[in-house]
Ligand binder design. Sequence first.
Ligand code: FNR
Length: 351
Amino acid sequence: MAADLWSYVSHGSGDESTQANNVAAFQRIGVLPRMLRASEHRELSVELCGMSLPTPLFLAPVGVIGLCDPQGHGEVATAQAAARTGVPMMASTMAVDPLETVASHFGDTPGIFQLYTPTDRDLAQSLVHRAENAGFRALVVTLDCWHTGWRPRDPLLTDSPRLRSDCLANYLTDPVFQRLLPTAPDDNPSVALDTWNTIFGNRLTWDDLPWLRSLTELPLILKGIGHPEDVRRAKDGGADAIYCSNHGGRQANGGLAAIDLLPSVVAAADGLPVLFDSGIRSGADIVKALALGATAVGIGHPYIYGLACGGTDGIVNVLNALLQETDLLMGLDGYPTIADLTPEVILPTGR
Ligand code: FNR
């Protein structure tokens, strides 16, 4: 990867303690084994917002994934990995290729569109309608990134306008965004980035939730929630699922590990599905998150690096490794179905 891209991808916010905690917290909890419950097969399938998925794993949205591919079309490469594995991709608003192109590579695997809500409401509606028309099956709205986090490592590199301007395909192909441009981007290449800068971050409040809900009939998933009271408000406001995440430690630093937030989020969700990401690095981590109540578990960094190393094959390799370890661990520990994994089987390791 080019230096600016690698820097942008690998570094978290602040002193990166939240990013490090996300991973370290998984070492502080372990799975209790049960014996004489061996089974030939494990049952890993899940139902999520009307989607039947063969496994509980998903590919979290990554706005620069397009650039992380050696061929420069990382959304398409990721969509092809989703098609091959049945592991759904959440396609970010920030993309090298437009969402319609990405969706055309999903095969039979459902796709999920992730909205960065722009300040222009017509543009938000247009992006969502395009996602619906392209066949996406659910909408994720990211709440924890209306402003980029404080990422002091290599600020010149990580703030690189090149990274952003290369990932504007969904905006440049949108009729509403095109109308917002003062001149044609061909005449002045920076005009698109300048315009995007004025509309990117919408400082949403709970008063905006009815409007977000009104954007689509697709299942609405709210990403970045970690407080039980926010879970209850999201549920009352018509969200179909809660997405517990701290953006992999890239946004607000000085926080708790995401896995430490999960139990109270699940309790407050009171039966609503809970998606989880931030810090998942192994099948063991997936088992722990499922036991603590996650309905589905997402990864960011692991598949970014799989893509950078080996394109679609690289992502498929990462997904297979994670899923095979999950399956084997559930077998060896005597929990053949996800329903067998309950919070009682997770104990502190004392580390
Ligand atoms: C992200 N993430 C993210 N989230 C989102 O909702 N929209 C986006 O466009 C992006 N972009 C993005 C870029 C990069 C480089 C990274 C690393 C992450 C956050 C992502 O969806 C997810 O929450 C975290 O990556 C999960 O943590 P792990 O698995 O990377 O530890």
